[in-house]
Design a protein around this ligand. Structure first.
Ligand code: AMP
Length: 315
């Protein structure tokens, strides 16, 4: 029996956990929350001058294991980890879910702290887009297809906010999820074209045990819709089987994948496409590395997923 009696927490254990957490933190003993751009820049400058490497994970918050896997990677490759929580209004269309996007700062704070993050950058809209704001970054061709076609202006908002965040956080490396495949392609293109001085790292899609890609938006799904949402991973797996069986006609694989999604109730396909994995242009014949990308509304919730054909599925 616990010598401290039943129901009592073992304080030594609690201390040890905290100590090991602090030992993994890079610079300050406790995680800081910074809301001002100036203060974040000063903090990053101090860390850089001390010779430490900064790893950065930009997010819109409402953390799940997918986000945490990026933070762990940032922790592994750098000395000081910054994550930003900012629901960026410029990447949402007028009819999209900006105002109801899920938010829970206290929960995110706890999760980031437990993952060994050093700083949460948590700016307000006024801080990021003051009244005279008028500058945008537009990456041209890789943003034309897929979500670029369905969500006009979305990637302009994404690349603009990431460019601003890179200048504020001054990271040596930023870690993104491949779940947002086209976003990652747009960011890599922007960084190369504008000669931004940081590495962009892409991490595998973190999935629930049954294969559903983790997403902050999954919280919108009812139990029935959640079952239907499994048609996305089922269609990607079927596409992979056809491809590995020698099928190279993109249109045929797409039709087969669409059948699976249509059979599930509450689904409404936005797109199912097979594209060149680098240029994100549609492929007719799969004769180069190809990504199958899906956007499907399940009930009112728009979900995306993708798979690079021939690669192993992530967890
Ligand atoms: P978000 O907060 O949805 O804007 O996502 C922030 C970062 O987390 C982006 O780089 C996403 O690609 C990444 N991300 C979102 N979901 C997942 C997931 N299931 N697995 C890995 N990374 C993810």
């Amino acid at each position: 029996m616990d010598p401290k009696g039943p129901g009592r927490k073992d304080k030594t254990l609690e201390k040890d956990t905290k100590a090991s957490r602090l030992a993994t933190r890079g610079f300050f003993a406790i995680m800081r929350v910074i809301e001002s751009v100036r203060e974040m820049q000063k903090c990053s400058e101090t860390v850089r001058l001390s010779g430490k490497k900064i790893g950065f994970v930009p997010t819109m918050g409402y953390f799940h294991e997918g986000h945490l896997s990026l933070m762990r990677e940032a922790r592994r490759i750098s000395d000081f980890v910054v994550t930003s929580i900012y629901v960026n209004p410029t990447q949402f269309g007028p009819k999209e879910d900006f105002s109801k996007y899920p938010r829970d700062f206290e929960r995110d704070h706890r999760m980031a702290e437990d993952t060994g993050v050093d700083v949460i950058f948590y700016p307000s809209n006024d801080e990021m887009y003051p009244p005279q704001y008028q500058t945008y970054v537009n990456v041209e061709s890789v943003t034309q297809n897929l979500c670029g076609a369905s969500r006009p202006g979305h990637f302009r908002g994404v690349t603009t906010i990431c460019c601003k965040l890179f200048n504020i956080v001054k990271a040596h490396a930023a870690v993104f999820g491949r779940k947002d495949y086209q976003q990652l392609a747009a960011i890599k293109t922007m960084v190369a074209d504008l000669n931004l001085d940081l590495d962009i790292i892409g991490m595998p899609t973190y999935r629930e045990k049954d294969g559903l890609a983790m997403s902050s938006r999954n919280v919108y799904l009812s139990a029935e819709e959640r079952k239907s949402a499994l048609s996305l991973i089922a269609s990607l797996k079927h596409a992979q089987r056809l491809y590995e069986g020698g099928e190279k006609r993109a249109e045929f694989i797409i039709q087969e994948a669409e059948k699976i999604i249509r059979q599930a109730p509450y689904t409404d396909i936005d797109y199912v496409k097979i594209c060149d994995a680098s240029s994100i242009e549609d492929l007719r014949l799969i004769d180069t590395q190809a990504v199958m990308a899906l956007a499907v509304k399940v009930g009112k919730t728009r979900l995306i997923d993708n798979h690079v054909l021939g690669e192993a599925f992530s967890i």
